[in-house]
Design a protein around this ligand. Structure first.
Ligand code: ADP
Ligand code: MG
Length: 474
């Protein structure tokens, strides 16, 4: 790979970590490389042809089958343009080269054109209207406080009142779904509203993408744009900094950005799924800097807080007046210690309410609506749940993945198989199955069943897979 492609590839692997596990990366992506990236035009739309090369035809086939969408999505983020992914084996490339000796017409012109076509966040953000990426839905007002998040909340409020003065940097850590992102946006919204300062919220993924862009362009103008975006601000928030681990050059840049802002008393806010000490892949000097300010931990919610969060999420909803108090107890006691999961239970309960139109939401009704969702529910062993578990296990996914909105091929196809199995081997209705798969529309469910039926006609491999999954249904 040339230098440019190596940088792209390194960042690709970095971003890929957000979508797939390290095990998947080691098994399928380790020996993969970028062979070439070319500009192309499909249906009059400029696109990139990205040719990847692997020594193994088995790996090629598996990638095509399971990861094509994911690869295309991640590449698109990096190259800023829709990508057409082509995977070839080393042998195929050799054959190509014999048949068609490569003619390098005007490579330079091609390169400069390609760098012009890459549109990035940088461009959009520095010119025209500055985008702070803040989500107005997340505020202090709708953040429910309990013992487990009190310290984080108090400190966040203080930071929002005196940015750059009290706790700098402000580092929030805690497991996924406990409100880190919510608190960051709340701080940002508050500062914007009361102090009219310039705030920028980015995920570490966005930071990597922006930095990769300047690296590719190597253009003074772009370096300036990057600096404008990240240094000409009063508050910088970087969410999920753990994803910066491994992206060494980006870390170095972040280090400079950090120092620059810090020296000017600008507020820096960072979140992570682990404490600074446990961010092993991050440079020591960055970890040291994180501990200069205040580090707070958000803990999983205790029962009381869970109840208040549930009541809070229900409030304002039309159906809230139908809810019995014991339903709140029931959800609090049986949901995971993860606010995202708790919210999911409420959403689902109301989705079921909209379908069934009950006169009261009592324990029995909640049980029925949430039987496949809550962990200790009396009915956890429903057939849909069993099928979901068997499919998830087979594909090394989680049941949450199957229910999620994620549409990458490695999740979408197993999801379609699971839906097909539910329809074929249980007597549940399309709407009910839709509900169990992340409240999907019933036309989606019908489509999934048709798709698998069609595939089964001439895909022997799929027949074997389905047979194996059926054997594993508990
Ligand atoms: P994290 O970034 O820690 O993974 P998020 O901030 O994305 O978690 O929170 C997940 C969901 O739970 C969001 O919809 C958020 O609004 C909600 N949430 C988390 N904590 C609270 C809380 N204390 N009060 C109200 N909503 C919360
Ligand atoms: Mg988050």
């Amino acid at each position: 790979m040339n230098e440019e492609n190596s940088i792209i590839w390194k960042n690709f692997i970095e971003l890929l970590r957000n979508n797939v596990s390290q095990v998947t990366i080691n098994s399928w992506f380790k020996d993969l490389k970028i062979y070439e990236i070319q500009d192309t035009n499909i249906d009059n739309r400029p696109m990139k042809n990205v040719v990847l090369i692997t020594p193994s035809s088995f790996i090629k086939d598996s990638l095509l089958k399971r990861y094509l969408d994911t690869i295309a999505d991640v590449m698109e983020k990096i190259l800023g343009m829709q990508c057409n992914i082509i995977i070839k084996t080393t042998d195929e490339i050799k054959e190509d080269e014999i048949e068609l000796p490569k003619i390098n017409i005007d490579t330079n012109a091609n390169q400069s054109q390609s760098s012009q076509q890459i549109s990035t966040n940088l461009e959009i953000n520095t010119y025209a209207n500055f985008d702070d990426n803040l989500n107005e839905r997340y505020t202090f007002e709708n953040f429910v406080i309990g013992e487990s998040n009190r310290l984080a909340h108090t400190a966040a409020l203080a930071v929002s009142e005196q940015p750059g003065k009290l706790y700098n940097p402000f580092f929030i850590h805690g497991k996924s779904g406990l409100g880190k992102t919510h608190l960051m946006h709340a701080i940002g919204n508050q500062i914007k509203k009361n102090l009219h300062k310039r705030v920028l919220y980015v995920t570490s993924e966005q930071f990597i993408t922006d930095f990769t862009t300047i690296n590719m362009k190597k253009d003074a103008d772009y370096i300036q744009k990057f600096k404008d975006k990240y240094r000409n601000i009063d508050v910088l928030m970087i969410d999920d900094i753990q994803f910066l681990g491994g992206a060494e050059k980006t870390q170095q840049e972040f280090f400079h950005t950090f120092n620059n802002l810090y020296d000017m008393n600008k507020q820096i806010i960072i979140s992570s799924d682990r404490s600074p000490d446990d961010l092993k892949l991050l440079e020591e000097r960055l970890r040291t800097r994180f501990s200069w300010g205040l580090t707070v931990n958000i803990y999983p919610p205790e029962l009381e807080l869970k109840k208040r969060i549930i009541a809070n999420k229900m409030a304002g909803h039309d159906a809230a007046r139908l809810v019995d108090d014991e339903v709140i107890e029931y959800i609090a006691a049986n949901s995971e210690n993860d606010v995202r999961h708790i919210e999911g239970a409420v959403t689902r309960l109301f989705a079921y309410t909209a379908i069934m139109v009950p006169s009261k939401i009592n324990l029995e009704f909640a049980n029925e609506a949430l039987k496949d969702y809550l962990k200790n529910s009396v009915y956890l062993d429903s057939n849909i749940a069993k099928i979901q578990k068997a499919v998830a296990d087979y594909y090394k996914l989680t049941i949450e993945d199957l229910k999620s909105k994620k549409r990458s091929a490695n999740i979408n196809y197993p999801r379609q198989i699971a839906i097909y199995l539910c329809r074929t081997y249980t007597d549940e209705s399309f709407p009910k199955i839709g509900l169990e798969f992340g409240n999907r529309d019933h036309s989606t469910i019908i489509h999934a069943c048709d798709k698998i039926k069609e595939d089964l006609k001439n895909n022997e491999q799929l027949k074997i897979i389905i047979k194996e999954i059926k054997n594993n249904i508990g």
